[in-house]
Write a protein that binds this ligand. Structure first.
Ligand code: ADP
Length: 392
């Protein structure tokens, strides 16, 4: 009996120990599960945060972004991409070929998916807007990433550069061809005829001068445009400068009367040499594009504390659709007349940029057959309590 009672007691003790151990193990397991749950919650929150961040990065990108799976189904697309291809619907899950018909995108994607190749520098054009994009396709294993970088602005700059080089070559080739022709004539016996030889040589000199002028203007314009010249701004009497320019050009104005009505002192802040250059360009044009018996007047007025110098002529005038273009490099309204009159086609571009450098602007009004008026508006001189833009 005693043995049985002992074994029952022992069993009870054993049972107690076992349940206590089991209970402790269960508590430990429960705590571990709780920690794992907290960790998981934390990871899910982190992943949510990462996903939100990625979404806002994709949404904020100006570049178009698209991800496809190996079956060419769209997995991810950002707003820029949808806008470039004008996709009004959500294309997620659809086959790329159903959504975008551009053959370059399809073939570059094939190369990335099938051959694992990274493709760069194919150019695609958005049909509606005409904007151009450089296409980059990168294999992702699995799938592929398509990125579109806009190059429209670069293309436009490249076009301007090509046009500029073509214009300069043309402008230089014209006098050079003449020089070559006259020199060859002289070498082939023209030298014997002294009278002709002198005439030919003076033509050669005129064309060489023209090339020189062109190179001077080109150098000047490029320095002005890139801001590589520093203006020597001084308070000055523009009346005196205008009268000097008029006196100098009136001598070769032929049948055109040139007058200056700017009263002294007409104070403004400018670089004296550059102001002279601006006025010479405008008055010279006003004489060149005038008619016999015509008139050129340089005047000065104040407009809301801004000094304004005007060069007005009674010449051929400028058609309305050329009023802005005459300030472009090498633009000429009547090419034949302008070449005949001499000039590089850069004068007004130089005037425009020099006025900008002064913190001012040039304005133009013109009526075909009646004449033109160029107005140079300067910032208020520093002595006046003007509110205008500062001279830079
Ligand atoms: P350039 O006089 O050497 O041809 P500019 O840049 O000075 O070059 O002028 C550009 C063009 O603007 C001229 O070729 C001419 O067609 C037009 N233009 C400029 N000034 C006048 C003016 N006062 N009257 C009529 N046309 C003008």
């Amino acid at each position: 009996m005693a043995a049985t009672a002992l074994s029952v007691a022992a069993l009870a003790a054993l049972w107690g120990t076992w349940t206590a151990r089991r209970a402790r193990a269960l508590v430990a397991e429960a705590r571990a599960a709780e920690r794992a749950h907290d960790d998981l919650q934390g990871r899910i929150a982190e992943l949510d945060e990462d996903r939100r961040l990625l979404r806002s990065v994709f949404a904020g990108m100006r570049e178009g972004l698209l991800v496809v799976d190996p079956d060419r189904r769209i997995r991810l697309v950002n707003d820029a991409f949808r806008q470039i291809f004008g996709l009004p619907f959500d294309p997620i899950g659809r086959l790329l070929a159903e959504v975008i018909r551009d053959p370059t995108v399809a073939s570059d994607l094939d190369a990335a998916l099938l051959e694992g190749k990274e493709i760069r520098e194919s150019v695609v054009r958005a049909v509606d807007s005409g904007r151009s994009f450089e296409l980059h396709v990168t294999p992702l294993h699995p799938g592929a990433l398509v990125l579109l970088f806009e190059v429209s602005r670069l293309e436009a700059l490249e076009r301007v550069r090509r046009e500029f080089v073509a214009n300069v070559s043309h402008e230089l080739r014209t006098p050079l061809t003449s020089i070559k022709a006259f020199v060859e004539t002289l070498l082939e016996g023209g030298l014997e005829d002294r009278e002709h030889a002198r005439r030919f040589l003076s033509i050669v000199r005129r064309h060489a001068d023209r090339m020189n002028e062109l190179i001077d203007d080109l150098t000047d314009l490029s320095l002005i445009e890139t801001g590589s010249i520093a203006l020597d701004l001084q308070e000055m009497d523009a009346g005196e400068v205008a009268r000097d320019v008029v006196a100098q050009l009136a001598l070769r104005a032929g049948e055109v009367e040139v007058r200056c009505t700017v009263e002294s002192p007409f104070p403004l802040q400018a670089d004296r040499r550059r102001l002279e250059q601006i006025l010479v360009n405008l008055v010279d044009n006003a004489i060149k594009f005038n008619r016999p018996g015509g008139r050129v007047v340089v005047s000065g007025t104040m407009e809301d504390r801004h000094p304004v110098l005007a060069v007005e002529d009674t010449g051929v005038g400028i058609p309305a659709d050329s009023l802005e273009k005459v300030f472009h490099r090498f633009y000429r309204v009547d090419k034949a007349r302008s070449r005949e009159a001499g000039g590089t086609g850069l004068g007004l571009a130089i005037v425009k940029h020099l006025m900008r450098l002064h913190g001012g602007a040039v304005r133009l009004r013109s009526e075909l057959g009646r004449g033109s008026r160029f107005e140079l508006e300067f910032p208020p001189p520093s002595g006046s309590n003007g509110r205008g833009r500062p001279a830079s």
